[in-house]
Structures are given as structure tokens and as C-alpha cells.
Design a protein around this ligand. Structure first.
Ligand SMILES: Nc1ncnc2c1ncn2[C@@H]1O[C@H](COP(=O)(O)OP(=O)(O)OP(=O)(O)O)[C@@H](O)[C@H]1O
Ligand SMILES: Nc1ccn([C@H]2C[C@H](O)[C@@H](COP(=O)(O)O)O2)c(=O)n1
Length: 665
């Protein structure tokens, strides 16, 4: 997962490949709770691992439920209708799919429970559910603001004869919560009457479908009246597979519709759900098709490619796909004409006020946006020249981060900045990694920051920190020369012109792997070995051989991957990435460098002397600078930085400032 302050998406061009999506949040949290409420053991496969499901799992564990988790498989020993702990404080984060059904279940079972969440959760209404539960005799108090969490739940005095009325026009989760919890107390039939027009009906269908899998057959009259049958009891289905998340699929369906196909790979194939999914957001496919997407499907898969282009504007009631409809709003940027998405009032009470947020962020691209109480209307920029770009504020809302990543396909080829990308952890922690695995762009669009300079100037330290702060890949090109030198020395080759052909041959076929902070050569860990001063000197020797340098070029280019690269070495800016938008030539006095290396080696327990180190590094620099093949020198357009008197933090901040100065946002 990207944990950086922002991620800059380079302009994207094509899409193609196969992706397996994480499990559905709606299904995961429902089945976790149902498995906890019933008697017996349930094994749930492909469960989503995200912030919201962790909130549910933590709450169930606190309530005394025995849960074993291995990867995405969760085995739950049900509580059999009563929590083992009758007193608890449960932190619900910002997980609406956790707090609502848990409130209902705990209020009916009774005890003494505090339910609270993040500040935004305390702004999300729950009053309609509490009102419904109070009709049943549940004891629920607001401990903050009336109508909103946090809540205190006490011991109920249940009266279940009269039909329960619940509002259905603010959130369907209130009805879901009652439907999931009432079987706990259904000694007699219990009737729920929905007041107002029920929104987001497909989510109720998921609830009914999953309840049926757990042995509860709810009787439904239209969308206004639901009966929980007398004497019904949760029964474990034993094993259950969670479908991939249909809302998460919307970003990849949209990418397939917007992007040109990659040559040879015709489309994006999405694994984990098919068009027959039980999730309401699967109907996003129809909306995407109406806009021009070409979609085919089979058991557990979807395949999407560009159909009509430009996309067609639509005017759609989105009540049935409230979450995925946000993706349509970004697709509208690529449509001819004005797209209107209606009946989306529920957006206003989600993770943020999504109508206001979407309007504000879409305007950053030059779109004309009209917003109303329950609709949004998007007219794209008139021509590629009218497109602008921006830094997308994400409001701690995973869907805003994910859907705006699609703006990186803009025809003006602007990069797009997404702030706080880790907010996707709510439902899709590895969203950006997944996106980068199925979208492509020309290498010259992928930014590279080059850091070249002499030995022990701090290149590696600087490059690693830049990469970590920008979420970029890292190329330590010196390590490649060090590994080559080690392999050559181990093979007994002469590290000079007489061994050049053999070493170059070997360099072209190196079997290396970088795993976390470890370096592996031919299945053996060589992390410490390649960092020895002696290996550095040998690396300097083999790096003077031009055939060896040529043999390592393709490998170095292969590190240029989305979303960007920081590369450190001697010839990054001059030879390997001459088109890099930022080249830094880092120096420090020989005295400073010798002292830094001295401290580094002594702290690792490697005895040495300052004088010998200084002599070695000066000899190494002299060879690196004087060789005929790609000598160490600043690129013509490099920015020079002498960090003799700068701290690491100051050096990093200086380069980040230079980098920011080059951005359009
Ligand atoms: N600005 C700085 N101030 C003080 N110490 C620094 C600074 N930058 C780096 N260092 C320290 O100097 C040592 C050498 O840094 P680093 O290994 O990053 O250099 P390098 O240029 O990559 O070396 P080499 O080319 O030999 O791989 C490290 O211990 C690092 O923590
Ligand atoms: N791009 C590069 C990177 C490294 N080398 C050579 C020269 C160095 O002395 C040696 C070890 O590099 P270090 O790990 O100290 O950065 O490898 C090069 O020629 N070109």
C-alpha cells in the first residue's frame, strides 16, 4: 500500500492485462457478522482485508468470538446468538457496514456497550436506526450529538408485536441492520415497514441473499414490507466464498473503456466476479456500456475494452449504484456532452459530502460541474487544450482517490496528483499497485530523478528517502556493478580487459533479486558482501569495462516503472536516463565523505582507519571519473548539490523542492 503524502500519476495511455480484485466489503462485513451470530464454525474464503473489515473483526473478537485468520481465509466459531462479553467499548473507525448492523445486534442482545468511531463517523446519521430499535424496546443513548454516534447500548425490554417502522430514504444500511439482527429475537414473526422510498435496493438484495445462505428466509412484499419468520435461526453454511468487490471493479471497467488497448493484450480481464454477481454495483456494467464500454463476462470474470470513443454522455438515475456512480462522474470527463447522475442524495452522508467533493475536484480538470441536492452534472473540457490538472484532495474517502486516478488518461497528457493515497485502505489497500499492473504509458512519461555523484556522498541515502516519500521505485545501480564484480570474482575471472567478454556475458544473465532490504544472487543472500569496501573497489574495476556497462543497460531501464523512479549511480543522468526531468549531482568534500564512510563501517563493526578509507575513496573516484566508458561527471542539465554542510533531511528537502518546482500542481 502507498503510504506517501501524495502519489503523482504520470499521464497514462493504454490498459491491458489481468487483475484479481479483493473481496467485496459489503459481503465481507455481512458474512463476518452472520458467521459470528450463528452457532457452529464457518469458514469464509476471499474475505476482504481492509480497514473496514478489520474494524468488524476487532469488534467481534472483543465480543468474545473465536476467530482464526490465514491470509484471506477467516474461520469463525459462532457465538450462538449471545456475545460472550456483555460489556465492551467498540471502536468502529469510519465503517458504516460495521457500526449499523452491530448496533442493531447488540441492542437486541443487550449488555453495556459503547460504540464510537473517527470524527467523520460522528457526523454520519444513525438516528433512523436508533428510532426503529427504540420502538422495539432497545435502550440506546447518544453520548455525543443526538442522531449520531457515539452511542451507549443497554439492556432492552423487548416488545415485538407491532410492525417496526424504519426510514429507507437516507441509508439502506438501517434496514440491512434490522434484517440481519432481528432473527436473534424472532420467537414470533416480526414485520418491518419501510417509511419513504427505499434507496440502494441492491444492497438489500445482498442482505437477503446472504441471510438465505445462513438459513434465514425473509418474506418480502415489494420494497415496503419485510417479515422475519417466527422461530428462524441462523445456520452456518459451513464454507462460503466472498465475491470480488463490484464497486472496486468499476475503476478497472472504466479504465478498460477509457484507455486504448495495449498491443497484443486486448483488454482488461477482471477475475473474482461475473455479470451474475449478487452485488448491486455490478449494474455499473450497464452504465459503462451505455457510455461506450465493451464488456463480456463468464463465470467469475469480466473482460472490458474500449468500444465507442469518445464516450457517450448519459443521463442516469444512479440510486441502484450509489458507490460505483462516482466512477461514472470521472468517465464523464471523456464523454461527448453533458452527463447527469441523478438520485444520489446518499452521497452527501457518505465518507464525505461526495457531491460537493466530486464537483470541486472535477472542476480542477477544467470540467463544468453543476451540483444539486441529489444530482451532479458534468460537462468535460471542450478540447484537449482546455484540460487542466490538479492535486486531488481525497477527503479521507477511498472512492475519491480511486476514481480520480482515471483522470490520468487525460488527452492533454497531464500528470495527476492524488493526495493521501493510503485512504484506499478502507476497501482496497493495494489499489494503486493493482492499477499500475494493468495500465501503461510510454517510458518517457515515467519520471526519473537521477542522483549521481562520487563515493560516499550520500547518493544512496538521498535516493532511498526520495523514493520512499514519492512512492517511487528505487534503482541502486552501484549494487548492480557490485553484484557483477562479486559474481565475476567468485567465478575466478580477471577483473580487467582480459575478462571483459566473460564478465559482460555474466552481467547480461545475472540472477538477482531485491527483496525488502536484502540482495540475492543465484539464490544466496549477498547483502553484506556487496557492501564491503573491497567489493566496491572491484565494482569500480569492472565498471570501467564498456561491454559490462552495455550488458547492464537493459536491466537498469527495466526499473523505470509506474509511478516513477529514483536512480542513483555515476551515469544515471548522462547515459542511462538522459531524458530524466530532474538530475542531481551530489558531492561532498573528500574529508566529509571519508568520515561518513568511517562512521558507517565502524557502526557495523568493520574495523578500518580514516586515512586508508580516504585514500581508497579518492582512488575509486579517480578511476570512476577518468575511465573512457561513461565516466562520472555531472550531466549538462544537472543541479549541483554539495551536502558537506547539509543534514540528510536538508538534502532531501532541497531535492523535493526542486522536484515540486517542476510539477504543474
Ligand atoms: N547529508 C549527509 N550528512 C551526513 N551524513 C550523510 C549525509 N548523507 C549521507 N550521509 C551518511 O553517509 C554515509 C554514506 O552514504 P551513502 O551510503 O548514502 O553514500 P553513497 O553515495 O550512496 O555511497 P556509495 O557510492 O559508496 O554507495 C551513510 O552513513 C549516510 O548515512
Ligand atoms: N551507475 C554506476 C554505478 C556504479 N558504478 C561503479 C562505480 C563505483 O565505484 C562502483 C560501486 O558503486 P556504489 O555502490 O559505490 O555507488 O560501481 C558505475 O560505474 N556506474
Amino acid at each position: 500500500m502507498l503510504t506517501t503524502a501524495f502519489v503523482d500519476l504520470p499521464p497514462l495511455q493504454t490498459a491491458g492485462g489481468t487483475i484479481t480484485l479483493p473481496g467485496s466489503k459489503s459481503i465481507s462485513n455481512r458474512v463476518l457478522l452472520l458467521a459470528a451470530l450463528c452457532q457452529g464454525t464457518t469458514t469464509l474464503h476471499d474475505v476482504l482485508d481492509s480497514d473496514d473489515t478489520r474494524v468488524m473483526l476487532a469488534a467481534l473478537t472483543t465480543l468474545g468470538c473465536r476467530i482464526a485468520q490465514t491470509g484471506n481465509t477467516v474461520v469463525i466459531e459462532g457465538l450462538g446468538g449471545q456475545p460472550a462479553q456483555k460489556q465492551a467499548h467498540l471502536f468502529m473507525g469510519n465503517a458504516g457496514t460495521a457500526i449499523r448492523p452491530l448496533t442493531a445486534a447488540l441492542a437486541l442482545m443487550g449488555g453495556s456497550f459503547e460504540l464510537s468511531g473517527v470524527p467523520r463517523m460522528h457526523e454520519r446519521p444513525i438516528g433512523d436506526l436508533v428510532d426503529a430499535l427504540r420502538q422495539l424496546g432497545c435502550q440506546i443513548d447518544y453520548t455525543g450529538k443526538d442522531g449520531y454516534p457515539p452511542l451507549h447500548i443497554g439492556q432492552p425490554q423487548l416488545k415485538l408485536d407491532a410492525p417496526i417502522k424504519v426510514r429507507g430514504d437516507v441509508s439502506s444500511q438501517f434496514l440491512t441492520a434490522l434484517l440481519m439482527a432481528l432473527p436473534l429475537v424472532a420467537k414470533q414473526a416480526i414485520v418491518i415497514e419501510v417509511v419513504g422510498e427505499l434507496i440502494s435496493r441492491p444492497y438489500i438484495e445482498i442482505t437477503l441473499n446472504l441471510l438465505a445462505r445462513f438459513g434465514i428466509q425473509i418474506q418480502r412484499e415489494g420494497w415496503q414490507r419485510f417479515t422475519v419468520p417466527a422461530g428462524c435461526q441462523y445456520q452456518t453454511p459451513g464454507t462460503l466464498y466472498v465475491e470480488a468487490d463490484a464497486s472496486s471493479a468499476s475503476y478497472f471497467i472504466a479504465a478498460g473503456a477509457i484507455a486504448k488497448s495495449t498491443t497484443g493484450t486486448k483488454s482488461i480481464k477482471i477475475l473474482g466476479l461475473g455479470a451474475d454477481s449478487i452485488q448491486g454495483d455490478i449494474r455499473f456494467i450497464e452504465a459503462a456500456q451505455a457510455m461506450g464500454a465493451k464488456v463480456s463476462s463468464g463465470p467469475n470474470w469480466l473482460e472490458v475494452s474500449q468500444g465507442q470513443w469518445p464516450l457517450k454522455a448519459i443521463d442516469l438515475d444512479c440510486n441502484h449504484i450509489p458507490d460505483a456512480a462516482m466512477t461514472l462522474a470521472v468517465m464523464a470527463l471523456y464523454a461527448q456532452g453533458t452527463t447527469t447522475l441523478r438520485n444520489i442524495a446518499s452521497w452527501r452522508v457518505k465518507e464525505t459530502d461526495r457531491i460537493a467533493a466530486m464537483a470541486c475536484e472535477l472542476r480542477k480538470f477544467g470540467a463544468t460541474v453543476v451540483e444539486g441536492a441529489d444530482f451532479i452534472q458534468v460537462t468535460p473540457p471542450a478540447s484537449p487544450a482546455d484540460w487542466k490538472t490538479g492535486s486531488i484532495h481525497t477527503y479521507d474517502d477511498h472512492r475519491i482517490a480511486m476514481c480520480f486516478s482515471l483522470a490520468a488518461f487525460n488527452p492533454a497528457q497531464w500528470p495527476v496528483r492524488i493526495e493521501d493515497p493510503k485512504c484506499v485502505a478502507k476497501t482496497f489497500p493495494d489499489y494503486f499497485e493493482a492499477l499500475f499492473s494493468v495500465v501503461q504509458t510510454a517510458p518517457e512519461h515515467i519520471p526519473v530523478i537521477c542522483v549521481d555523484g562520487p563515493t560516499a556522498s550520500g547518493k544512496g541515502t538521498l535516493a532511498a528517502q526520495l523514493a520512499s516519500q514519492l512512492g517511487y521505485h528505487l534503482l541502486d545501480s552501484g549494487a548492480l556493478y557490485r553484484i557483477t564484480a562479486l559474481a565475476a570474482a567468485q567465478a575466478g575471472l580477471a577483473l580487467n580487459a582480459s575478462g571483459e567478454d566473460a564478465i559482460a556475458n555474466m552481467a547480461a544473465r545475472l540472477n538477482i533479486a531485491f527483496k525488502n532490504d536484502q540482495v540475492w544472487l543465484d539464490g544466496a543472500e549477498v547483502t553484506e558482501q556487496i557492501r564491503l569496501e573491497a567489493t566496491g573497489m572491484q565494482a569500480s574495476q569492472v565498471s570501467a569495462l564498456s561491454k559490462v556497462r552495455t550488458a547492464l543497460v537493459a536491466l537498469q531501464h527495466s526499473f523505470r516503472r509506474l509511478p516513477g523512479l529514483v536512480a542513483d549511480g555515476r551515469d544515471m543522468g548522462t547515459v542511462i536516463f538522459p531524458d530524466a526531468p530532474l538530475k542531481v549531482f551530489l558531492t561532498a568534500s573528500a574529508e566529509q565523505r571519508a568520515q561518513r564512510r568511517y562512521k558507517q563501517l565502524i557502526s557495523k563493526g568493520n574495523p578500518t582507519t580514516l586515512d586508508s578509507l580516504r585514500a581508497d575513496l579518492e582512488a575509486r573516484d579517480a578511476r570512476d571519473m577518468s575511465r573512457s566508458a561513461s565516466p562520472l561527471k555531472p550531466a549538462q542539465d544537472a543541479l549541483l548539490m554539495d551536502n558537506s554542510n547539509l543534514s540528510i533531511e536538508e538534502s532531501v528537502n532541497q531535492v523535493l523542492t526542486w522536484w515540486q518546482d517542476k510539477q504543474p500542481f
